[in-house]
Design a protein around this ligand. Structure first.
Ligand code: AHR
Length: 494
């Protein structure tokens, strides 16, 4: 199969917001207890955070981490997780039917995030709580005033405010599984009033309104329209959530799911713009794709702390889909400003820990790591000429999925590419127009003959390989081979 990727300096999509390489830590399963936090672990630091896990998070290069949920947040009292740890309540936790010991809360998590090189994206409870708890939390985290909650933070040992900039107005409030589930009208009103108060406490913060919890929800679109009707003036982003899997065993359809993600993004952006037009506003509401990933298994925790639940083991084909989803986020960077791979540690996660104290990384770790490290700069709009196949859900799907990022500071062009074909490699010409001649300096490939190959704590069947580069000479055209069902990163320097 032949393919062609043409990159012209004049055709740009927009600047990548580094926060599209965000992730998510929820009080769920072993994400917190036994994941990021394990006092007594040989690598634990003075606060009980696992050093091996922080090391892997730093390798992934995650600029923002959403916290503390997820479904968990809709029953959470943030005041349970601050101050003297020995006095914190042990609570029944209804979202995942677990026990929450509250040994980690915002006091600890903001410190963990700092040590991991990330910022916190904090979610407030709009399920069982409301505007008052949310505005108090903003005061506790961000205020410098001589007032109750800011003083409480100081008393708890934090003189300086945490300065949390990005906040979510609840989580998946359209879903009937959510504690305090609401109609779009109910949610829109409470979200608007909560947003108003939170911004009065700290006008610098940015707020994310809950969109639909998936495009399959019956209220999808109507929910967005109604919630935005109420809250448009107070919010900066609307959330999108979507998970994908290959439970049907149809790999070509699974590989096409990023086309669905692309349509989802473009549709929600249009809905935001319809409300903007109706309200005759100049402000644009952007998108926060704050839950996305491949996800197979869901269960509850059986009233345990740190239960082994939702610990999916990812294959090469899952990693290829994660690679395509990341390209889709990059290619929509004009509207998607925040995105969180859900989740980060142990729970549907790229980073795993084991009961024996070891840690290891899944197949999905690699496309994320390379995208975050090398996908910073301007997303370009390449022309891709290649064959396609027919998908039942999405029509014609091109064999080659790609994104191209221009980093002018580093004088680099980075091409991410997946070949979706299960049978044929793609002899691919990469052509640059209106650029200086470029040299191919790195070709990283994620490939195995076996699409179902996985990594475990003892074996790594799916590892990125650096392909040999024949001649690193500057040229306007390069020929590369993209193996069948492979993920690739090509780095060009000029
Ligand atoms: O990420 C796991 C769960 O998926 C989150 O708690 C919830 O928001 C979503 O349904």
């Amino acid at each position: 199969m032949k393919a062609e990727i043409i990159i012209n300096r004049n055709y740009r999509i927009g600047e990548i917001d580094r926060r599209i390489y965000g992730s998510f830590i929820e009080h769920l399963g072993r994400a917190v207890y036994g994941g990021i936090y394990e006092p007594g672990h040989p690598t634990a630091d003075d606060r009980g955070f696992r050093g091996d896990v922080i090391g892997l998070v730093k390798e992934l290069n995650v600029p923002i981490v959403r916290y503390p949920g997820g479904n968990f947040v809709s029953g959470y009292n943030w005041e349970d997780g601050i101050g003297d740890k020995s006095k914190r309540p042990r609570r029944i936790e209804l979202a995942w039917q677990s026990v929450e010991p509250n040994q980690v809360g915002i006091d600890e998590f903001q410190e963990w995030a700092r040590r991991a090189g990330s910022e916190v994206m904090m979610a407030v409870n709009l399920g069982t709580a409301g505007p008052s708890e949310a505005m108090n939390c903003v005061e506790y985290c961000n205020s410098e005033t001589d007032t109750h909650y800011a003083q409480m933070r100081r008393k708890n040992g934090f003189e300086k405010p945490f300065k949390i900039k990005t906040w979510c107005l609840g989580n998946e409030m359209d879903g009937d599984w959510q504690m305090g589930h609401k109609t779009a009208e109910e949610y829109g009103r409470v979200a608007a009033e909560t947003a108003k108060l939170m911004k009065l406490v700290d006008p610098e913060i940015e707020l994310v309104l809950c969109g639909s919890s998936s495009p399959e929800m019956p209220s999808y679109i109507d929910w967005e329209l109604t919630a935005l009707e109420h809250a448009y003036d107070y919010v900066d982003y609307i959330s999108l959530h979507s998970y994908y899997n290959n439970k049907s065993g149809n790999t070509p359809e699974f590989f096409a799911r990023s086309v669905g993600m692309d349509r989802f993004i473009k549709t929600v952006a249009s809905v935001c713009d319809i409300v903007r037009a109706k309200k005759r506003r100049s402000k644009t509401v952007n998108l926060s794709f704050d839950e996305w990933n491949v996800w197979y298994n869901c269960s509850n925790a059986g009233w345990k702390i740190g239960a082994h639940i939702m610990e999916d083991c990812y294959t090469l084909e899952d990693a290829i889909v994660v690679g395509c989803l990341l390209m889709t986020l990059q290619n929509n960077c004009d509207r998607v400003k925040i995105a969180c791979m859900a989740q980060l540690v142990n729970v549907i996660a790229p980073i795993m820990t084991d009961d024996d104290g070891s840690s290891w990384v899944q197949t999905t770790f690699y496309p994320f790591m390379f995208a975050s490290a090398n996908g910073r700069g301007t997303a370009m709009k390449p022309v891709v000429n290649c064959g396609s196949y027919r998908s039942a859900d999405f029509g014609e799907v091109p064999y080659i999925e790609t994104s191209v990022i221009h980093n002018a500071e580093k004088r680099e062009l980075v091409v991410f590419a997946v070949n979706r074909s299960l049978d044929d490699g793609a002899e691919t010409s990469v052509r640059f127009e209106n650029f200086e001649d470029c040299a191919l300096v790195e070709h990283v490939e994620l490939y195995s003959d076996d699409l179902k190959a996985v990594n475990t704590k003892t074996s790594s069947a799916v590892l990125p390989a650096r392909r040999e580069i024949e001649a690193a000479l500057p040229s306007a055209e390069h020929r590369v081979k993209l193996k069948k069902h492979s993920w690739n990163m090509l780095r060009f320097a000029y």
